[in-house]
Each structure stands twice: as C-alpha cells, then as structure tokens.
Design a protein around this ligand. Structure first.
Ligand code: DGY
Length: 319
C-alpha cells in the first residue's frame, strides 16, 4: 500500500514533487488560508506523515484519530502547537526546523528593536496621515541602541545570532537561561538572574521557546521591574506575555514601548487592544519569513518525512 503524506498548506512545488515520487501526497491547496479543522481531522486518519504549520493544533483529538501516523514535521522551530507527550506515547516522531531560520529570525528581531527605538511606525504613520508639519528639534526623537544594555531571555541559536549583531552596536549583552548557555560561549554576554535582566536592560528580547515554565513570564510584576525607558521585543510566542499587563505597562509608561511579532491568539484583527497604541510596533508573525529561509524550512520538513518513512533517522527530531 502506498503511504500517504498530508501537507496542511500549499508549499514549494519542488518539495511536493520530491514526495510524489514514492508517496500519495494530499496538499491543502491554499497558501494563505489554513486547512479547516474538520478537513484536517478527516485527512489525518489514514496519513502516515503530516507536514503541519503553526496554525494546526496537533492535539489529543488529532493523534487519537491518526492511527497510521509515523511522523509530524512542523514547519517552524517552535512546536508548542503539538502535544508532544501524546505523540511520544504513540511513538510518533516530531520534527522541527532549527538552524535554517536562525539568521533570518535574528535579523527581524534586530529590525524590530531599531524600529521601536527610532519610532519608525509612528513616524511613518504621521507622514502618511498628512500630519507632518515640518522639522523641529525633538520631532519624533527616539532613543539610541548604540552602547545600550540589551537583555536576552532565552539564549538559544536565535538569541546568540541577535547577540552577535549587538556587538557591532557596542552594546552590553546580558542573558537569562536556566543555566549557562553553550550558545553564549564565544559571545561577550553575561548570564544574569531574571530580575537583573529586567532591571538593567534598556531593551529586553524574548527569544525563548514557549513551555509550561516560560508561559506568562512577562506579566505585571516583570514589567514593573523593567526601566520606564525600556523597550520589550517579542519574537518567541504570544503565550510568553500576559497581554493585558503589557497593554497597561505601555499605556501607563511603566515601560517605554513594545515590538511584537507574535500574539496569544493569531491572527489578531484591527480591533485588538494593541492596535493603535503609538508605542507599539506590531508585525504579523514574520520572524522567519524570507523566501530563501522558508524554502530551506520546507526542504528540511520534506527531508525529515522522507527519512522517517524510509526507515531512517530524522535530521532534526524534537527531543
Ligand atoms: C518558528 O519557527 O517557530 C517561527 O515562529 C515560525 O516563523
């Protein structure tokens, strides 16, 4: 019997062709619209492999239906959308896409920090609204990144790539992990407590994976410990943040500004409480979104599937 591979979104056609040589491939034919849950539940039943996006919750319901499933290949480095425990219990291999997206995601984090510091969104809005009245000494004056102290919560590959960029800006780099990070070895970065990270940093980047331990790390108490002039940048997951506490923190001046690429429930609409706040830089989860990187992520997903279905070891298992 030919094995079936389910792909929950339209991807690069060359990747699909690579699978079609040996397998039956079912692809949800949309780039923008997620596969409806009902359809996913129906198609996963007889699938041997599934390539998922962050938009699919691969939970107990899905896994109880998927009787033939050998591998879930997630198109992301994060895998908080997958019930790992149940997958493990059912001997289903889970894979992700680390490394190939590191530099691209760090680049976006750096962009967000500069945008927030220099009030780029606010300034652009003023111009396009037609409300720019001319040059004045403190007009849209922001803050420098050069020479500042930057704290990284979650010094993994992406945090380290971000830290390397900070060296070029003569920044002092702090980080907080449970213990010394191998990624920090050749970096000029100091491991500090979470409280030290909060109260010493001018910019705080959240680049950690979302787990039960890191969920809601950034709440009222955390924002109160940050400098009133500090900027908070999140490229991790929306679940790291208590959104209402962040809204209050930027509205009351507890912190200066926030730049977010991720939200608790995505996508957010224009009615989200963050939208319209002038000290918020908001992006629609585009951390790893360069064409080259997305192509590499897709290829890695497909290669992981091929490895497992052909009886080999996946290249990037989640362990
Ligand atoms: C990831 O890889 O986890 C990103 O958030 C997806 O772009």
């Amino acid at each position: 019997m030919t094995k079936k591979v389910l792909i929950t979104r339209m991807i690069n056609k060359e990747c699909i062709a690579k699978l079609e040589k040996d397998f039956e491939v079912v692809v949800w034919p949309e780039y923008e619209i997620p596969m409806p849950r009902e359809k996913f539940l129906e198609e996963v039943k007889d699938a041997h492999a599934v390539m998922t996006m962050l938009s699919e919750q691969v939970d107990e319901e899905v896994l109880s239906l998927a009787e033939n499933l050998h591998v879930i290949s997630n198109l992301a480095v994060g895998y908080d959308n997958i019930d790992l425990e149940t997958a493990k219990r059912k001997n289903i291999v889970v894979t992700n896409t680390p490394e190939v997206l590191t530099e691209t995601t760090a680049e976006l984090a750096f962009t967000m920090m500069l945008m927030s510091a220099r009030r780029v969104i606010e300034a652009n809005k003023e111009l396009t609204d037609g409300s720019w009245t001319g040059w004045s000494p403190y007009h849209m004056a922001g803050t420098d990144v050069y020479g500042k102290t930057v704290g990284i919560f979650g010094m993994g590959a992406i945090g380290a790539a971000f830290a390397r960029r900070l060296n070029g800006f003569d920044c002092k780099v702090l980080y907080h992990n449970r213990s010394e990070s191998d990624y920090a070895k050749n970096l000029n970065a100091d491991l500090v407590s979470f409280d030290e990270l909060l109260n010493q940093s001018d910019f705080v980047l959240c680049a950690a994976p979302l787990t039960s331990e890191t969920k809601h790390t950034f709440d009222k108490t955390a924002f109160e410990k940050m400098k009133n002039t500090a900027h908070f940048i999140n490229i991790g997951r929306g679940g790291h943040v208590v959104e209402n506490d962040l809204k209050n923190a930027v509205e009351t001046g507890e912190i200066a500004a926030a730049a977010l690429d991720v939200f608790d429930k995505e996508p957010i609409g224009s009615d989200h409480p963050f939208v319209g706040l002038k000290n918020m830089t908001l992006l629609p989860h585009i951390g790893s979104a360069s064409v080259d990187t997305r192509d590499k992520m897709m290829e890695l997903c497909i290669n992981n599937i091929l490895q497992v279905l052909n009886g080999g070891k996946p290249f990037t298992p989640v362990e």
